[in-house]
Ligand binder design. Structure first.
Ligand code: DGL
Length: 257
């Protein structure tokens, strides 16, 4: 098969990456995507960095074995813990997620920028370095959200428990003028997040990551630019109900547009 016709592998622990997949399909409509949700080992967000690296590499290897031409790590936690390892291991382009701190700081010049993410993402060196490099005035307020990704998955982004969770988090923070989505699962919460913090703008890194993937593929002569694209959704659990869950969230991401 010609190199550009091979699929792009995409991974997350669950439904968060499905939101990135939807955005990626809009940015690269002729591409085929093979999506793997590591639901057998989800969530990664409260795990040790050693375990996150091991699980991320294992999931990436499964996609590499399917002959993907590039890897899209649609998970902030896996990116923070293992992107360097993935880039050392594979010779194809690897793109990860980064919280959109820079655009938030630039577009919202006053007040605090709340970054909501898993405890692992906020604890890891990658996030610390990003903050040091971009947040000279110390305006970023990291807000770890243990358990939120699973709650979104199991109870739904519009559930009362998710709404209560966000209100509690927002209540604990003062002077917040913008919110940054630092976990792909929270991309389904744009409206709820804005409301919880009193109508602030919400920044999401998904489109930036898609642009980066498109640029790298183009540079390497790997971008598929004609013909119809598609996506195959899979889970490491092999449970049909898990694939149905991914499909449901894909439709939700479409409805958000
Ligand atoms: N969606 C993932 C992220 O972007 C993490 C969810 C989890 O497994 O804890 O961080």
């Amino acid at each position: 098969m010609q190199a550009e016709n091979r699929p792009i592998g995409m991974m997350d622990t669950g439904v968060g990456g499905v939101y990135v997949l939807r955005r990626a399909r809009l940015a690269m409509p002729s591409e085929n995507f093979l999506f793997l949700a590591d639901l057998a080992n989800a969530p990664y967000g409260s795990r040790t960095v050693k375990k996150i690296r091991e699980l991320t590499l294992q999931a990436a290897r499964k996609l590499a074995d399917e002959g993907v031409k590039a890897l899209f790590v649609a998970c902030n936690t896996a990116t923070s813990g293992a992107i360097d390892l993935l880039r050392e291991t594979f010779s194809f382009p690897v793109v990860g997620m980064e919280p959109a701190i820079k655009p938030a700081l630039e577009k919202v010049p006053e007040g605090r920028i709340a970054v909501l993410a898993t405890p692992a993402t906020l604890r890891l060196q990658k996030f610390r370095s990003l903050m040091e490099a971009q947040d000279e005035e110390h305006r970023v307020l990291p807000l770890p959200c243990p358990g939120l990704s699973r709650m979104i998955e199991l109870e739904g982004p519009d559930s009362e428990s998710v709404r209560d969770y966000l209100h509690e988090i927002a209540h604990s923070a003062q002077d917040v003028t913008a919110a940054v989505v630092g976990c792909t699962h929270y991309s389904y919460l744009h409206r709820a997040l804005s409301e919880a913090f009193g109508g602030v703008p919400v920044f999401d890194g998904a489109d930036g990551a898609c642009r980066q993937m498109r640029r790298l593929l183009k540079e390497d002569g790997l971008l598929r630019e004609t013909g119809e694209g598609g996506a195959v959704l899979t889970s490491s659990t092999d449970r049909e109900s898990d694939v149905a869950l991914l499909e449901r969230f894909y439709r939700m991401a479409e409805e958000e547009e």
